[in-house]
Design a protein around this ligand. Sequence first.
Ligand code: SF4
Length: 455
Amino acid sequence: MGLHLARAFDCFDYVVSGEGEIALPKLMNHLNKRRFESARIPGVYSRRDLAYTGPAESVRSLDDLPHVSFRQYAENHGNDDIASSLGLRIPFETSRGCWWGEKHHCIFCGLNGSQMTFRRKSNERIRLELANLSLTFPDAEFAATDNILDLDILRSGALDSFSGRSIYFEVKANLKRSDVAELRSRRIMRVQLGIESLSTVCLKALDKGTSGLKNVEALKWCKEYGISVDWNLLIEIPKTERVDFLAQVGLMPALHHLSPPHSLCSLRIDRFSPLFDQPERFGLRNLVPSPAYEFVFDLPPDHLKGIAYFFTADEVPDPAESTYPVLQKALEIWQDEHESSFLFSVDLQGITWVFDSRAAGVVKMIRVEGLERDVLDASQKTINISRCLDLAQQEKVNEAIDSLLENKFLVREGDHIVSVVIPAGTHYPGADMLDALMVHMAEHARTQIREKRNE
Ligand code: SF4
């Protein structure tokens, strides 16, 4: 892309393409010696030469990078209207590349350009950087620029020195409950979870390496620990069928108390992604830059193709197309219902009481005991139904599962189930929700008493 930018726009003397930390200082040294002819530095393109110089040299050890300081920016712009309306957000970096993408490149992902190799800063360096930045900006939200959180960074305590308000991280969704507890204890209060779908077939087609129910699990634990989740639901996925999307519509009413997706997103063809690099593998033909580029840049097609990041292809018949309006409707209901929906359990003397306000806010208080309670406990994590057979005979287990499914306390995909009931704890349901519940229950009790008196 860098070479094409240099070719397409003569206002650029030089373009540094890819990681700039090595290429840019080399270019600066070159210019400092008042040598303005082509530098021929890998990754640097000059309009005097326009020759390909190869990929920019990438940083091997992130610890060698200089420490960033935003003090001057904050002094100059901290009180600007726009800056204060957005809130000060401090970016920081613990790693580059993607440890998952090194093994399985998610088919839509072009985030890492040609530098997928995962590299991370040492724990000491991360601690030092976060300690300094969070002391300087105690009220700011911090946002990691990492494409994916390295769980070792989380588990090893490298983020312990953070003393600011909160951190935002992009995280792979197959998390253990203990990982989510760690996120909370490190003040990671908002995450972009790589959920993308609630269907295992769709996730396999995307090469995400997780299952629909594992994604539900991650949403549940984030809710339990009071962590906000950003995510989108993907459609138009090659090699999927109607049933894979209708199954997600079927799951959604049970999930109204969990964070809904922001939107339904069509799979996009981004440069550097497998969809872009191997279109024939996915039945895609005639890739062209997204139409928006033509409105922005008055350039011939070959230049547009060289600078574009987003692409489209010839339309291919999509067997699942007719399900998307239904999915959209179900998603909107989820978004509308989410604020007033809760589902949590409290254990009292061997009985589990489940408080449920999903589905139009009617609060139900349901007693779960015996085998149903055992199944609910066993399925806090996704399990194969056969695991429940230790609890009782198959017929009784099936009855218990059917009853829990009917109450939407479990969700099921194939032979696997997971509970969506959240045990009440420190962060969930939270004081506001409990207050609302008490008001609702008092009102309900008053109505019942009045009705009884009138009988
Ligand atoms: S989508 Fe996320 S997990 Fe997948 S390859 Fe890209 S950065 Fe890695």
